[in-house]
Every structure is written in C-alpha cells, then in structure tokens.
Design a protein around this ligand. Structure first.
Ligand code: 8X3
Length: 250
C-alpha cells in the first residue's frame, strides 16, 4: 500500500537514502529540510512522488503549523521519520562548547519533539501511523567525547519507548532505530566543523554501515504487517561491537 512518509533532514545522509528508497518502494515522500537548493534537486531527481518542504525542525511555530500548512492531499501523514539530527564536537565534556551542546539539544531533542507533537494527534485520530525515530548506539553505549550527543540520543530512545506506552491500544506504531558506525554521510564532517580529513579517520580500516543500510532497515519496519511493532533496532557493522568498560590503571 502506498504511504505518505514525512522525512526530516531529507536532503543528506540517511534522509536522502530513505527518501530514495521509499519512493522506489512506491510511497510518497514529504522531504523536509532547511536547504532549498538541495530540496529542489531531490524533488527533480525523484519527481512528483516528492513534496519538498522547507522546514527547520527547531522552529517550533513553523512545525506546529503542520500538517495544516501541507497541501490537502498530503496532510494524512502515515509515517513520520524523525531523522534530522547532528553531532558537534568530540572533545571531552570539560572542553566542549556550550553552543555545540545547545545546538545538539535543539535539533536532536527539541526538533524531534516539535515534529512528533505536530503530527501525532492526526495519526491517533486516524488510528494509523508510524513514528520512526533515528537514535544511535550512542544512546546506549557511552564513549569519550559523546556527552551531550549520547545523552540527546538516549532521550530519543527513551521518548520512543514512552510514546509506545501512550499509544498502546491505538494503531500507531513507534520504532527507534539505533545505528552505530555509518560511513559515507556528512555526519562526521559536520561533527568536526567541516574537517573532512579528521572525519575520514573515523572510518579508516573499517567497513561501516551505509545510509542505504539504514534505509533498508526503515523500509523493512514500514512494510511490516500492522500488528507488528519493532520497538528498538540496534544496528552495527560487523566490524563494530560494544567494548569493555574503561579501566584506568596506575
Ligand atoms: C552515530 C554513531 O558512534 O558516531 O550516532 O556516535 S557514533
């Protein structure tokens, strides 16, 4: 069945991969992002199955105007993918920038809340829908320099599970996707303020996941029968695993 799927952060990384995959699977995608030129390029590439929506998820007023501001035949959003998110910095907490911390909370936490708050009532009223939140293995496994990024993703994961608690008894599903090391996106370049060389070192000698792998997971959960809800899905490349706890020896 063709679904209407709203993807935030749709012009790069996971978001663009999911938009392509969903359209390829016969769905319609509301591609939401800040960058108009990239949105236009995506719409041109994927055609009429895409509605380009210029939106900053941190703009609470603009988000709360959804879905009323969408064209009438795009308003009944079946799936919301809260994909917009970012990391800033990898310095230890005592050297981190407060602006970076605020930025991560604004997008990863508040942006996701704004979108969910705007679209969830319609899903419940229609008794159908699916919220897919993009969390991270950083939600579960701490690492040096993860501080607010990891904490923001822990919020995403716990928010997802708490949404399920409220939505049980409705037809609305919630899935928390938790990817580990994913290469080939702008994630690490952004984290390091545009330093592509430093970003490249994160993936040196690895076979990381790709954005298409995450799109594959999203396509799978979306296509499951309505009575199946995947609560959490933790995904790592085969070359990655949870490590031992740190011990500082004298
Ligand atoms: C991205 C995975 O390990 O860079 O969420 O935090 S990691």
């Amino acid at each position: 069945m063709a679904l209407t799927i709203l993807v935030t952060g749709a012009t790069a990384g996971f978001g663009a991969a999911m938009a392509r995959r969903f359209v390829g699977d016969g769905h319609r995608v509301i591609a939401a992002a800040r960058r108009v030129d990239r949105l236009e390029a995506l719409r041109k590439e994927l055609g009429a199955a895409v509605l380009a929506l210029t939106l900053d998820v941190t703009d609470a007023d603009a988000v709360s105007a959804l879905p009323g501001s969408l064209p009438a035949d795009w308003r009944d959003v079946d799936v919301l993918v809260n994909n917009a998110g970012l990391a800033r910095g990898l310095d230890p907490a005592h050297k981190a920038s407060m602006a970076d911390w605020d930025h991560m909370v604004a997008v990863n936490v508040s942006g996701m809340m704004h979108m969910t708050h705007a679209l969830l009532p319609g899903m419940v009223a229609r008794n159908r829908g699916h919220v897919i939140n993009i969390s991270s293995t950083a939600a579960i496994y701490p690492y040096p320099g993860g501080h607010v990024y990891g904490a923001s993703k822990a919020f995403v994961t716990q928010f997802s599970l708490n949404l399920r608690a409220d939505l049980v008894g409705t037809g609305v599903r919630v899935t928390d996707l938790e990817p580990g090391l994913v290469g080939g996106t702008e994630f690490s370049v952004n984290r390091f303020g545009g330093d592509a060389e430093r970003a490249g070192k994160v993936y040196a000698g690895t076979v990381p996941l790709t954005a298409d792998d995450i799109a594959e997971a999203a396509a799978w959960v979306v296509g499951l029968p309505a009575h199946m809800n995947i609560n959490r899905m933790e995904i790592m490349p085969t070359c990655q695993a949870p490590g031992p706890l740190a011990i500082k020896r004298a």
